[in-house]
Ligand binder design. Sequence first.
Ligand code: SAH
Length: 484
Amino acid sequence: MRRSKVTPEMSSHESRLNAFPVFMKVEGRSVVIVGNGDEALAKARLMAQSSARLTIVAEDAEAELAAWAAANDARLLKAPYEAKLLAGATLVFAATGDEALDERIVADARAAGICVNAVDRPELCDFFTPALVNRAPVAIAIGTEGAGPVLAQMIRARIDRMLSPSLGRLATLAASYRAAVERLLPKGAARRGYWNEFFNGAPARAMEIGSFEEAQVAADILLSRQGEIVGHVALVGAGPGAEDLLTLRAHRLLMEADVIVHDALVPEAVIAMGRRDAERIGVGKRKGCHSKSQAEINELLVELGQAGKRVVRLKCGDPLVFGRAGEEMAALREAGVSYEVVPGVTAAFAAAADFELPLTLRGVASSMVFTTGHDLKGGTLPDWGKLAISGATVAVYMGRSIAADVATRLIEAGLSPDTAVAVVENASLASRRLFHGTLADLPALEAREDLTGPVMTIIGDAVAGARFDTSTALAVHDRETVAA
Ligand code: SAH
């Protein structure tokens, strides 16, 4: 017996849509929704994203629906449904939850030549409503012909994340430049180049930061330069390692980058979130193996920016925390290359989250110190040492190799050797390891040759509030050894 199989050849026919998307003009036109409850409210919320005039026919409107209508300038008609209420409507929604009534509404709408949608009754619908990404005037409508509302919402969420919240305003600005661009730039490459740079370059960036006027200035400059591409460097925080701790803005910039310049600590999975054909340049900087000096990195960023590249300088954690971003920004400023900074989740926050450790704790710790601890090697106690003694929570970056110095000096200065300490290797990653102990145990960290990943140490009384059931002891105490 032969069984029919779905083959790729069949797909050309099967890829035809039974419901075809169009964009319908609704400005100022009447849309009528019939129904009292949640279903009606959901449709009302969706349609309220348009400039249509909304009428909700609801004899016994539920409180939430009535409140929504009042707050959103929708007309609420507290009357029983009648066919004549549909007169003049462009679209009608039957959302009463009453099968017979919905069928009647559908029949009335059709008799009047009005397109109608009946909630959860695809067989009665003339049209379906999409899952909508709204960046008015830009709209992305997702439809599945009713096959999967969950799927549609999932796709919607993904697209929503990809697009800047300011895309709509940018599109509005673009519309106001269309005539000037057509007048001043020849058709073809020059005009395409202009719009490419408009939507990806300086005007888009200015709009993202929230200024319509600055975006306008950038669009003017671009026009006077005939659309010539201008480089830009974004100093972007990659977060502590887990790729989903990247910010949406960081992700968007990575997807638009021509070049990604990254540190050794940024995991491959995070870099892979970037545009596939972006050039990647690793600039090393792990303890002991500097593949490029800071001066060389500064120079590289300036060169790339001046060559008109969109550069993402990807740094682990937050770029402004022990990231030498100050030097990179100074070099870019001096060279006149435009740049921006995108914050990231710093390692201390990721480590605290892994430990469920409150960095501030009412009545215990009301300040935080982020330090490398390297200033503890000198003769005098740095100012933050006094903060530690007065209860601040101390996060030590790059502190593994000087753990003993940190512990000894803080104890000498008066911090109790019993002060709680939490240590996290590879915070936020699946490979993370958590250790706990006291300040007296901290020197043991230096001898832990098995810790090959980045290590964050957190010291302070607030650490005692952390969760210790997934962490192991930092040092084995003599009395435990004896007892064992
Ligand atoms: N800009 C980074 C810090 C760079 S300094 C930030 O904001 O996090 C590098 C140090 O950060 C490492 O030596 C380590 O102490 C810490 N670090 C970075 N990522 C870490 C991680 N996933 N887990 C633990 N510590 C981390």
